[in-house]
Write a protein that binds this ligand. Structure first.
Ligand SMILES: Cc1ncc(COP(=O)(O)O)c(C=O)c1O
Length: 385
């Protein structure tokens, strides 16, 4: 098989790029021929510590040798430790953690929780938002009609235009269980919502006894240059969901909630077989400890500023987003810029905005890597695409 081809038995739902890595080290991926590609995409924002980080690898290997799995029927010290670390890393007040396996599953549970504890039937979401592909998460996802696949949505949904404060206030009423919103809309191209808009969502929820769910599946775990968007924008959610980088690449998601919400749940109302498994939990502990000890949030802030300063060149005419969830606004189609960068051994992503290239690099990125991106963009220029 050639180095870019997909195997014959995989379904073809994903268009793939012509590079087939066999290993990774730091922020570099390498294929079987020794071609090295600088990863500014991190497997959709997952590889927070890059590849082969010794702390993450050791934690997973150690846990695999000690106890590779047990379900939630038995208490585990490593699960307790992961929940404690995550609650301490998160905005104060979100003291209760329910571990799951993915972002969609986290949102599915968050929405169910909000509908259950409020006894209401309506969800307010934001245009261009993405929350996952399962029944509830997909129902709250803008534009999901194209692929939703279920005959009807499980609750009423009202979508509010981005940054429309008046529309947010008008949409939230006494039938609303929750507002769900990403502080920075990832798939939409790292579109950072206005602080006023996010605060309006909080106020509208307060006025109507509804709950605010922040979907930090993509924006969380240090990626915005703060532990979470909730910290960056000073907007306190009742429920926060996270996944992607939380375990550095080991599948894991989490729903964080206030003790008041948690106290309204009875045993058996939420559940999962794999969620909170020991390997995922060991990876959560290692990931958060590494982010703190290597001061990676400071690194994100510094290098994000450098990207803004140096990467508005060639096909790029502007930058949106925060931290390492950035959208490079391109004059030519973003897909062409992505392909031209990959030809120069730099991997970036696209988004639902055809003129935004998405950067989601590992938090361990260094200055020299930003310099490589800037000079590749300069070399690509504008005219040839
Ligand atoms: C903001 C947001 N929420 C939810 C999801 C769904 O996560 P998963 O693919 O892990 O189910 C994603 C995935 O891209 C996301 O970006």
């Amino acid at each position: 098989m050639s180095s870019g081809a997909r195997g014959a038995h995989l379904d073809e739902v994903y268009p793939t790029l012509p590079f087939k890595p066999v290993k990774g080290r730091g922020v570099w991926l390498e294929d079987e021929h020794g071609r090295k590609v600088l990863d500014f995409y991190g497997g959709h924002a997952v590889a927070a510590l890059g590849y082969g980080h010794p702390r993450l690898s050791e934690a997973i290997c150690r846990q695999a040798e000690t106890l590779h799995f047990q379900s939630n029927v038995l208490p585990l010290a490593v699960r307790d430790e992961a929940a404690e670390k995550l609650a301490a890393f998160a905005p104060s007040g979100l003291d209760r953690v329910f571990f799951v396996n993915s972002g969609a599953e986290a949102n599915e549970n968050a929405l169910r929780l909000a509908l259950t504890v409020t006894g209401r039937s309506k969800i307010v979401a934001v245009e261009h938002g993405f929350h996952g592909r399962t029944a509830a998460a997909g129902a709250a996802t803008w534009g999901a009609k194209k692929w939703y696949g279920f005959p009807r949505t499980p609750f009423d949904v009202v979508f509010v235009p981005r940054n429309d404060v008046a529309a947010m206030h008008a949409a939230v009423d006494d039938k609303t269980a929750a507002v769900i919103v990403e502080p920075v809309q990832g798939l939409a191209g790292a579109f950072d919502l206005a602080t006023d808009f996010l605060r309006a969502a909080r106020q509208a929820c307060d006025r109507n006894d509804a709950l605010l769910i922040l979907d930090e599946v993509q924006s969380g775990i240090g990626r915005l240059g703060a532990p979470f968007g909730a910290d960056l924008y000073r907007v306190q959610p009742d429920i926060l969901t996270t996944a992607k980088g939380v375990a550095g690449g080991f599948p894991c998601g989490a729903v964080l909630m206030t003790p008041t919400i948690a106290s309204q749940l009875s045993p058996g109302q939420l559940g999962t077989t794999f969620g909170g498994g020991p390997l995922a939990c060991a990876a959560v502990v290692a990931t958060i400890e590494t982010i703190e000890q290597e001061r990676l949030i400071d690194n994100v802030r510094e290098l994000s500023a450098l990207i803004r300063e140096t990467c508005v060149v060639g096909p790029v005419h502007g930058v949106q987003g925060q931290g390492f969830l950035l959208g490079l606004k391109t004059t030519p189609p973003a897909a062409k810029v992505r392909d031209a960068l990959l030809e120069r051994n730099i991997l970036v992503g696209t988004s639902t905005d055809p003129h935004v290239v998405r950067l989601l690099p590992p938090l361990i990125l260094e200055r020299q890597h930003v310099e490589l991106l800037a000079s590749a963009l300069e070399e690509i220029g504008n005219a040839a695409l």
